[in-house]
Design a protein around this ligand. Structure first.
Ligand code: GLU
Length: 280
Protein backbone atom coordinates (compact mmCIF):
# COMPACT_ATOMS: atom_id res chain seq x y z
CA UNK A 1 0.00 0.00 0.00
CA UNK A 2 1.30 3.43 -1.02
CA UNK A 3 1.48 5.73 2.03
CA UNK A 4 2.72 9.30 1.85
CA UNK A 5 2.60 12.35 4.06
CA UNK A 6 2.72 16.11 4.27
CA UNK A 7 4.60 17.19 7.37
CA UNK A 8 4.46 20.95 7.96
CA UNK A 9 5.87 22.76 10.97
CA UNK A 10 3.31 25.07 12.56
CA UNK A 11 5.73 27.97 12.83
CA UNK A 12 3.88 30.28 10.47
CA UNK A 13 1.04 30.33 7.98
CA UNK A 14 1.36 28.15 4.88
CA UNK A 15 2.29 29.72 1.55
CA UNK A 16 2.17 28.62 -2.08
CA UNK A 17 5.20 26.36 -1.70
CA UNK A 18 3.41 24.36 0.98
CA UNK A 19 0.25 24.15 -1.13
CA UNK A 20 2.28 22.72 -4.02
CA UNK A 21 3.94 20.13 -1.76
CA UNK A 22 0.72 19.12 -0.06
CA UNK A 23 -1.19 18.81 -3.34
CA UNK A 24 1.65 16.88 -5.00
CA UNK A 25 1.70 14.33 -2.17
CA UNK A 26 -2.08 14.16 -1.89
CA UNK A 27 -2.58 13.59 -5.60
CA UNK A 28 0.14 10.96 -5.73
CA UNK A 29 -1.67 9.08 -2.94
CA UNK A 30 -4.97 9.36 -4.80
CA UNK A 31 -3.44 8.24 -8.09
CA UNK A 32 -1.91 5.20 -6.38
CA UNK A 33 -5.08 4.37 -4.44
CA UNK A 34 -3.00 4.88 -1.31
CA UNK A 35 -3.12 6.77 1.97
CA UNK A 36 -2.31 10.41 2.70
CA UNK A 37 -1.17 11.35 6.19
CA UNK A 38 -0.82 14.80 7.68
CA UNK A 39 1.79 15.10 10.42
CA UNK A 40 2.36 18.20 12.53
CA UNK A 41 6.09 18.72 13.12
CA UNK A 42 5.91 20.85 16.23
CA UNK A 43 8.94 19.69 18.21
CA UNK A 44 10.31 23.21 18.14
CA UNK A 45 8.14 24.35 21.01
CA UNK A 46 9.78 27.76 20.97
CA UNK A 47 8.42 28.54 17.50
CA UNK A 48 5.35 26.30 17.05
CA UNK A 49 1.92 27.73 17.77
CA UNK A 50 -1.53 26.11 17.94
CA UNK A 51 -2.91 29.04 15.98
CA UNK A 52 -0.69 28.06 13.02
CA UNK A 53 -1.75 24.43 13.33
CA UNK A 54 -5.40 25.47 13.09
CA UNK A 55 -4.61 27.53 10.05
CA UNK A 56 -2.89 24.50 8.43
CA UNK A 57 -6.14 22.54 8.75
CA UNK A 58 -8.13 25.43 7.27
CA UNK A 59 -5.75 25.90 4.36
CA UNK A 60 -5.58 22.20 3.45
CA UNK A 61 -9.36 21.84 3.62
CA UNK A 62 -9.66 24.89 1.34
CA UNK A 63 -7.31 23.20 -1.14
CA UNK A 64 -9.66 20.19 -1.15
CA UNK A 65 -7.25 17.89 0.68
CA UNK A 66 -8.54 15.19 3.03
CA UNK A 67 -6.32 13.54 5.61
CA UNK A 68 -6.54 10.78 8.16
CA UNK A 69 -7.28 11.50 11.80
CA UNK A 70 -6.05 11.58 14.49
CA UNK A 71 -3.15 13.66 13.25
CA UNK A 72 0.21 12.82 14.81
CA UNK A 73 1.71 15.79 16.63
CA UNK A 74 5.41 15.28 17.22
CA UNK A 75 5.38 17.18 20.50
CA UNK A 76 3.21 14.42 21.98
CA UNK A 77 5.68 11.65 21.13
CA UNK A 78 9.00 12.82 22.52
CA UNK A 79 9.36 9.43 24.26
CA UNK A 80 9.56 7.69 20.88
CA UNK A 81 12.38 9.98 19.79
CA UNK A 82 14.24 9.63 23.06
CA UNK A 83 14.04 5.85 22.80
CA UNK A 84 15.66 6.05 19.35
CA UNK A 85 18.41 8.32 20.67
CA UNK A 86 18.96 5.91 23.58
CA UNK A 87 19.29 3.01 21.09
CA UNK A 88 21.89 4.95 19.09
CA UNK A 89 23.71 5.85 22.29
CA UNK A 90 23.77 2.21 23.40
CA UNK A 91 25.43 1.45 20.04
CA UNK A 92 28.10 4.14 20.68
CA UNK A 93 26.82 6.28 17.83
CA UNK A 94 26.22 9.51 19.72
CA UNK A 95 28.01 11.97 21.96
CA UNK A 96 27.11 14.90 24.12
CA UNK A 97 28.00 18.25 22.61
CA UNK A 98 28.31 21.18 25.00
CA UNK A 99 29.52 23.65 22.39
CA UNK A 100 27.58 26.83 21.82
CA UNK A 101 26.58 27.98 18.34
CA UNK A 102 29.27 30.63 18.58
CA UNK A 103 31.98 28.10 19.36
CA UNK A 104 30.89 25.93 16.43
CA UNK A 105 30.92 28.92 14.09
CA UNK A 106 34.43 29.82 15.30
CA UNK A 107 35.66 26.27 14.77
CA UNK A 108 34.12 26.18 11.31
CA UNK A 109 35.78 29.45 10.40
CA UNK A 110 39.14 27.94 11.33
CA UNK A 111 38.50 24.74 9.36
CA UNK A 112 40.14 24.68 5.90
CA UNK A 113 36.84 24.19 4.06
CA UNK A 114 34.98 26.62 6.32
CA UNK A 115 31.79 24.56 6.15
CA UNK A 116 29.72 25.41 9.21
CA UNK A 117 27.29 22.62 8.32
CA UNK A 118 29.83 19.84 8.27
CA UNK A 119 30.66 19.99 11.94
CA UNK A 120 32.52 16.95 13.26
CA UNK A 121 33.42 17.07 16.90
CA UNK A 122 33.41 14.02 19.09
CA UNK A 123 33.01 13.68 22.84
CA UNK A 124 34.93 15.64 25.42
CA UNK A 125 37.54 13.91 27.56
CA UNK A 126 35.58 12.00 30.28
CA UNK A 127 36.71 14.19 33.20
CA UNK A 128 35.71 17.40 31.45
CA UNK A 129 32.37 15.93 30.42
CA UNK A 130 31.69 14.80 34.00
CA UNK A 131 32.59 18.26 35.30
CA UNK A 132 30.27 20.01 32.85
CA UNK A 133 27.44 17.58 33.54
CA UNK A 134 27.83 18.09 37.26
CA UNK A 135 27.73 21.84 36.69
CA UNK A 136 24.39 21.37 34.93
CA UNK A 137 25.61 22.71 31.58
CA UNK A 138 23.14 22.06 28.76
CA UNK A 139 24.20 19.76 25.93
CA UNK A 140 22.91 18.48 22.60
CA UNK A 141 23.17 14.87 21.48
CA UNK A 142 24.97 14.56 18.16
CA UNK A 143 25.34 11.63 15.83
CA UNK A 144 28.95 10.55 15.52
CA UNK A 145 29.86 10.09 11.86
CA UNK A 146 33.00 8.27 12.96
CA UNK A 147 30.83 5.86 14.91
CA UNK A 148 28.41 5.51 11.99
CA UNK A 149 31.26 4.75 9.59
CA UNK A 150 32.54 2.06 11.94
CA UNK A 151 29.04 0.57 12.27
CA UNK A 152 28.52 0.48 8.51
CA UNK A 153 31.99 -0.96 7.91
CA UNK A 154 32.13 0.24 4.32
CA UNK A 155 28.59 -0.86 3.44
CA UNK A 156 27.33 1.76 0.96
CA UNK A 157 23.88 3.24 1.49
CA UNK A 158 21.51 4.24 -1.24
CA UNK A 159 17.92 5.30 -1.77
CA UNK A 160 15.56 5.46 -4.70
CA UNK A 161 14.83 8.95 -6.02
CA UNK A 162 11.73 8.94 -8.19
CA UNK A 163 11.62 12.70 -8.56
CA UNK A 164 14.79 14.71 -8.93
CA UNK A 165 17.41 16.24 -6.69
CA UNK A 166 18.54 19.84 -7.28
CA UNK A 167 21.13 18.62 -9.80
CA UNK A 168 18.81 16.22 -11.56
CA UNK A 169 19.70 13.23 -9.37
CA UNK A 170 17.30 10.44 -10.19
CA UNK A 171 17.11 6.67 -9.77
CA UNK A 172 19.33 4.87 -7.30
CA UNK A 173 21.32 7.48 -5.43
CA UNK A 174 24.26 6.74 -3.15
CA UNK A 175 23.71 8.44 0.17
CA UNK A 176 26.35 10.98 1.17
CA UNK A 177 25.55 11.83 4.79
CA UNK A 178 29.09 12.99 5.58
CA UNK A 179 28.56 16.40 4.04
CA UNK A 180 26.09 17.23 6.82
CA UNK A 181 28.61 16.50 9.57
CA UNK A 182 27.70 15.21 13.01
CA UNK A 183 24.04 16.20 12.99
CA UNK A 184 22.18 17.17 16.12
CA UNK A 185 19.80 14.42 17.25
CA UNK A 186 18.52 16.22 20.31
CA UNK A 187 18.69 19.95 20.66
CA UNK A 188 19.77 21.50 23.94
CA UNK A 189 16.44 23.26 24.34
CA UNK A 190 13.82 20.79 23.11
CA UNK A 191 15.38 17.34 23.56
CA UNK A 192 14.95 16.16 19.97
CA UNK A 193 15.76 17.46 16.50
CA UNK A 194 14.31 17.36 13.00
CA UNK A 195 16.07 14.44 11.23
CA UNK A 196 15.63 12.02 14.10
CA UNK A 197 11.94 12.79 14.57
CA UNK A 198 11.22 12.51 10.84
CA UNK A 199 12.96 9.16 10.48
CA UNK A 200 11.22 7.67 13.52
CA UNK A 201 7.82 8.93 12.41
CA UNK A 202 8.17 7.91 8.77
CA UNK A 203 8.87 4.38 9.98
CA UNK A 204 6.16 4.34 12.68
CA UNK A 205 3.59 5.64 10.24
CA UNK A 206 4.58 3.16 7.54
CA UNK A 207 5.45 5.86 5.00
CA UNK A 208 6.40 4.20 1.71
CA UNK A 209 6.91 7.43 -0.29
CA UNK A 210 8.37 10.67 1.01
CA UNK A 211 7.20 13.41 -1.33
CA UNK A 212 8.60 16.86 -0.57
CA UNK A 213 10.50 19.78 -2.03
CA UNK A 214 14.04 19.69 -3.35
CA UNK A 215 15.10 21.89 -0.45
CA UNK A 216 15.02 18.71 1.63
CA UNK A 217 17.05 16.60 -0.77
CA UNK A 218 20.24 16.80 1.31
CA UNK A 219 18.21 15.84 4.37
CA UNK A 220 17.38 12.53 2.68
CA UNK A 221 21.04 11.56 2.69
CA UNK A 222 21.26 12.02 6.44
CA UNK A 223 17.88 10.40 7.02
CA UNK A 224 18.97 7.37 5.02
CA UNK A 225 21.92 6.97 7.38
CA UNK A 226 19.69 7.19 10.46
CA UNK A 227 17.37 4.55 8.97
CA UNK A 228 20.32 2.21 8.54
CA UNK A 229 21.60 2.80 12.08
CA UNK A 230 18.14 2.38 13.62
CA UNK A 231 17.33 -0.61 11.43
CA UNK A 232 14.29 1.09 9.92
CA UNK A 233 12.92 0.67 6.40
CA UNK A 234 13.79 3.25 3.75
CA UNK A 235 10.95 4.87 1.87
CA UNK A 236 11.16 5.85 -1.79
CA UNK A 237 11.86 9.57 -2.22
CA UNK A 238 10.24 11.96 -4.68
CA UNK A 239 11.66 15.43 -4.44
CA UNK A 240 9.71 17.95 -6.44
CA UNK A 241 10.66 21.26 -8.01
CA UNK A 242 10.40 24.37 -5.86
CA UNK A 243 7.92 27.02 -6.82
CA UNK A 244 9.44 30.40 -7.44
CA UNK A 245 7.81 33.79 -7.30
CA UNK A 246 7.97 36.51 -9.96
CA UNK A 247 11.37 37.53 -8.54
CA UNK A 248 12.70 34.04 -9.27
CA UNK A 249 13.15 33.27 -5.58
CA UNK A 250 11.48 30.34 -3.91
CA UNK A 251 8.65 31.00 -1.51
CA UNK A 252 9.79 30.95 2.08
CA UNK A 253 8.26 31.81 5.42
CA UNK A 254 11.22 33.95 6.33
CA UNK A 255 10.71 36.16 3.27
CA UNK A 256 7.13 36.73 4.36
CA UNK A 257 5.76 35.02 1.25
CA UNK A 258 2.09 35.72 0.68
CA UNK A 259 0.17 33.16 2.72
CA UNK A 260 -2.67 30.94 1.56
CA UNK A 261 -5.00 32.77 3.88
CA UNK A 262 -4.00 36.08 2.24
CA UNK A 263 -4.76 34.55 -1.18
CA UNK A 264 -8.10 33.34 0.09
CA UNK A 265 -8.91 36.79 1.47
CA UNK A 266 -8.07 38.27 -1.94
CA UNK A 267 -10.73 36.02 -3.45
CA UNK A 268 -8.32 33.66 -5.25
CA UNK A 269 -9.87 30.21 -5.71
CA UNK A 270 -8.05 26.91 -5.23
CA UNK A 271 -8.59 26.28 -8.96
CA UNK A 272 -6.83 29.52 -9.87
CA UNK A 273 -3.98 28.65 -7.56
CA UNK A 274 -3.64 25.18 -9.09
CA UNK A 275 -3.44 26.68 -12.56
CA UNK A 276 -0.90 29.23 -11.48
CA UNK A 277 1.23 26.44 -9.99
CA UNK A 278 1.01 24.39 -13.15
CA UNK A 279 -0.98 21.56 -11.56
CA UNK A 280 -3.90 21.60 -14.00
N1 GLU B 1 8.61 19.78 8.75
C1 GLU B 1 9.44 20.01 7.61
C2 GLU B 1 9.21 21.39 7.05
O1 GLU B 1 8.26 22.05 7.41
C3 GLU B 1 9.22 19.00 6.50
C4 GLU B 1 9.67 17.64 6.87
C5 GLU B 1 9.69 16.63 5.75
O2 GLU B 1 8.91 16.71 4.78
O3 GLU B 1 10.45 15.70 5.88
O4 GLU B 1 9.96 21.85 6.23
Amino acid sequence: MFVTRFAPSPTGHLHRGHAFSALTAYEAARAAGGRFILRIEDIDVTRSRREFETSIYEDLAWLGIEWETPVRRQSEHVDDYQAAIAALTADHLTYRCFRTRKEIAQEAARAPHGAAEAFRGGPLPPEEEARRLAAGEPFAWRLSLDGAERALAGRPLSFVEEGAGPNGEHGIVTADPASSGDIVLARKDVGVAYHLAVVVDDALQGITHVIRGQDLYEASHVQRLLQALLDLPTPVYRHHRLLTGPDGKRFAKRDRAETLRDLRARGITPQQLRQEMGLD
